[in-house]
Design a protein around this ligand. Structure first.
Ligand code: CS2
Length: 499
């Protein structure tokens, strides 16, 4: 089978996919994207592609940067940066269906460790107007509990000592902005698309903190001139498997070494705060708002909070995928009740939002049989995810004297998951940047007799829990569930809370 490439597209007669209908060779690089994984390729690039088609504005091509590995570049370079986006769901009869589009606005992929200077030069280039990021929660090198820069983080220590060859996204941004400032190339918009609350504000704080350690003038210029819009992105994007590669290549008619897949659903809400212009993303489905906070809270708590709950309980019960987990009536009932009773009441009002319909649609999204989203993929990096997904809502409810039984079960499920073996005795790795200190806590706690003491010891881990572990109401609520999960398992625990 012929490889997907610009030449292949040019010579194509019949196409099974939507393909770029603009002059790719005339596209300029207006966007530098740090962390060019599946997530960005399935939403930012898709919306950017639609905006390009609708507006014909050729200033907004994208160069992707991989901060660690060469695999994305190695897959896409022989394809001239082209790749397929497959949006999958099932039709009314339950048969899988898929909509294919070849995305063309990714012009190049750089591998940062191979040539950090090239990345810095690109951030400083006059054509560049936006630096965007999907580096996952842990890529911010911050303390998820407080949002502040971890000055002791190995990458931050390295980047402060070696500013010409950074490793972290923050190091690249600040050093790139320094070169840009020196070249008088004008300010930039730096746009986080990760699942963090107030992602723009958090990023701005980290960038300014780091910049202040290098150069006070630079810090001032960034604060005054650059913009950091907050945003909320919602699209489920499972990891691509070899089966997906084969199946998509077959349907496309060309071999694609790294297609990405996602659900058809997409919501992208972003603040209209740009320092040097932006693409017409609204023509590709984005929504510009003055304040993204209520949308972020809605998404982080409703979608990501319940996703994590489903992932930990599902994984412990031996359910490999989200659709398998939500198909279990006991889990579905728990997730629906959690949304309705303990999450929805914590959300700021959003005029026009039908919350019941939002919840029902979310259950349907989880049930999508064509995604095969792995519970263990979502279970990764819990230490970075729990604060904004579950703990903030718990704090607010405790402050208001409200019950936290169902939220506490999700936290207990994470603590239980950290033991590294599921209910069938199958062991798995804990993938988490804080896996080592968490493991030590789990081992110490296991030696304790009293359940509340165990939970107190685990939740005294302040990088995740802040001061929440000092609240006995929290400790007690979690301890009921950890004891039950260990002694009786997931199904009996779910039965018990159903009462
Ligand atoms: C998931 C998210 O992996 C995870 O932690 O909860 O990636 C989720 O699929 C997306 O945020 C949905 O928009």
């Amino acid at each position: 089978m012929q490889r997907l490439s610009a030449t292949a597209l040019n010579g194509a007669a019949q196409l099974a996919a939507q393909v770029p209908a603009y002059d790719r060779r005339a596209l300029r690089t207006g966007i530098v994207h740090l962390g060019i994984g599946a997530f960005a390729r399935a939403h930012l690039a898709a919306v950017n592609e639609a905006a390009l088609h609708a507006s014909g504005d050729l200033h907004w091509g994208m160069v992707g940067v991989s901060l660690r590995q060469a695999d994305t570049r190695d897959a896409l370079a022989p394809q001239d940066g082209l790749y397929t986006l497959a949006l999958r769901d099932a039709d009314d009869t339950g048969a899988p269906r898929s909509q294919l589009a070849v995305i063309g606005n990714l012009l190049n992929v750089l591998v940062a460790p191979e040539d950090p200077a090239a990345v810095l030069a690109l951030i400083a280039a006059p054509d560049t107007r936006i630096v965007s990021l999907t580096v996952t929660e842990k890529g911010y090198c911050h303390d998820p509990g407080t949002g502040s820069l971890r000055a002791d983080h190995a990458d931050i220590v390295h980047d402060l000592a070696n500013p010409d060859a950074p490793r972290s996204a923050i190091g690249f941004i600040v050093r790139g902005l320094q070169a840009r400032h020196a070249a008088k190339a004008g300010p930039l918009t730096i746009m986080s698309l990760d699942n963090l609350p107030s992602n723009g504000h958090v990023l701005r704080g980290l960038v300014l903190d780091f910049a202040g350690r290098l150069d006070a003038d630079l810090q001032q210029w960034i604060a005054a001139e650059c913009r950091f819009p907050c945003s909320m992105v919602d699209r489920i994007v499972p990891r691509t498997t070899d089966e997906d590669r084969a199946q998509i290549s077959q349907a496309l008619g060309w071999q694609d070494a790294w297609p990405v897949l996602g659900e058809p659903f997409l919501e992208w809400v972003i603040e209209d705060e740009f320092a040097a212009g932006r693409p017409q993303w609204e023509r590709g489905g984005a929504r510009f708002v003055p304040d993204a906070t209520p949308f972020e809270k809605l998404k982080l708590r409703m979608v990501n909070g319940t996703h994590s709950a489903l992932a930990y309980l599902g994984a412990m019960a031996g359910l490999a995928t989200v659709d398998q987990a939500i198909a279990k009536p006991a889990l579905r009932h728990y997730i629906e009740t959690l949304m309705r009773e303990e999450i929805a009441p914590t959300l700021p009002p959003l005029p026009g939002l039908d919350l019941a319909a939002y919840q029902a649609r979310l259950i349907t999204r989880y049930a999508n049989p064509a995604l095969k989203h792995q519970t263990r993929q979502i279970a990764m990096d819990g230490s970075q995810k729990l604060p904004q997904r579950l703990l903030e809502a718990i704090r607010e409810r405790l402050a208001a004297g409200q019950r936290i039984t169902l939220l506490a079960l999700a936290v207990a499920a994470w603590l239980h998951y950290l033991r590294g073996v599921d209910e069938a005795g199958i062991a798995y790795d804990i993938q988490d940047p804080l896996a080592a200190p968490l493991h030590n806590r789990v081992v110490d706690a296991a030696a304790m007799q009293n359940e509340a003491d165990r939970v107190r010891h685990l939740t005294a881990f302040t990088p995740v829990f802040g001061s929440l572990g000092q609240d006995e109401r929290f400790v007690d609520a979690v301890a009921v569930h950890t004891a039950s999960l260990r002694n009786q398992g997931v199904w009996k625990t779910l039965e018990a809370i159903r009462g």
